[in-house]
Design a protein around this ligand. Structure first.
Ligand code: LIP
Length: 247
């Protein structure tokens, strides 16, 4: 799987691309997003005949299926970052079996960081095992996500409190990478009030296999058949973030 995900990621570094608007304010897609998703669906279909896909972009073979073996594909997570040359974007591929996440793969071609995890087999970054130390909110950086196309993003009402109760806050612009940074130990927590399954599916396995936690803002199980809010982190920090949100 590593060769496939890395080759898909390196496609981001090649050639030029056109930008197109999607529904809602500041919601973009590039030709590269579409090209990479088509490549991944083609390759994964050959390797796993009959598997389903839940991808971000509207391409052939993307059924938003969640039964049987299903791949959650975000071809470029952090598309706006990619358009503006932020070098903080990734390919994210999560695998579920009968509605339960089984594996996650996230690759940032700009930093050559490859995250992977399979249920019961732990999480690794470039082959190094990841184990989360259960730090509290006050012992680290909390990252958050927000989107102009999600009208009235509720995250802003708690940002000041998150800032005052942590060492600092960050808005990275790629949920998958900012979630994986919890497993890496760079972030103690992450919050975004509305995300799609292809944004968090892969990273959810990486965080949990590294010893962290990911739930909705209400503390419920994340959804794989539609969008939900996301609170993730070390167990201690995730609990503090949910308390601050008061959902
Ligand atoms: C992005 C997420 C980010 C969120 C953006 C967008 P995309 O995904 O990674 O956290 O705030 O609104 O959803 O669209 O770049 O794949």
């Amino acid at each position: 799987m590593k060769d496939l995900i890395v080759s898909a990621g390196k496609m981001m570094l090649e050639g030029s691309f056109a930008v197109h608007d999607k529904e809602g304010m500041a919601n973009f897609v590039t030709d590269k997003d579409v090209e990479i998703q088509k490549y991944l669906i083609r390759e994964l279909s050959e390797r796993y005949p009959g598997c389903g896909f839940y991808g971000e972009e509207d391409t052939e073979g993307n059924q938003h299926e969640s039964r049987g073996q299903c791949f959650y594909i975000d071809p470029i997570d952090g598309t706006t970052n990619y358009i503006f040359g932020y070098n903080h974007s990734c390919v994210s591929v999560g695998e579920s079996i009968d509605g339960k996440m089984a594996a996650g793969y996230v690759y940032n071609p700009f930093t050559d960081e490859y995250y992977e995890a399979r249920r019961g087999e732990g999480a690794r970054l470039n082959g190094r095992e990841l184990r989360i130390r259960d730090r509290g909110l006050g012992e680290g950086i909390v990252a958050f996500g927000c989107a102009r196309y999600n009208e009235g993003d509720r995250v802003f009402r708690v940002l000041e409190e998150l800032f005052m109760r942590s060492l600092s806050i960050r808005n990275g612009g790629s949920a998958a990478l900012d979630l994986c940074r919890i497993a890496k130990g760079s972030n103690v927590g992450y919050v975004e009030m509305k995300l799609q399954p292809y944004d968090y599916a892969a990273a959810s396995v990486i965080i949990e296999e590294a010893g962290g936690e990911i739930t909705t803002a209400e503390g419920r199980e994340i959804t794989l058949d539609g969008p939900c809010s996301i609170v993730a982190g070390t167990k201690a920090a995730a609990k503090e973030i949910r308390r601050i949100l008061g959902c």
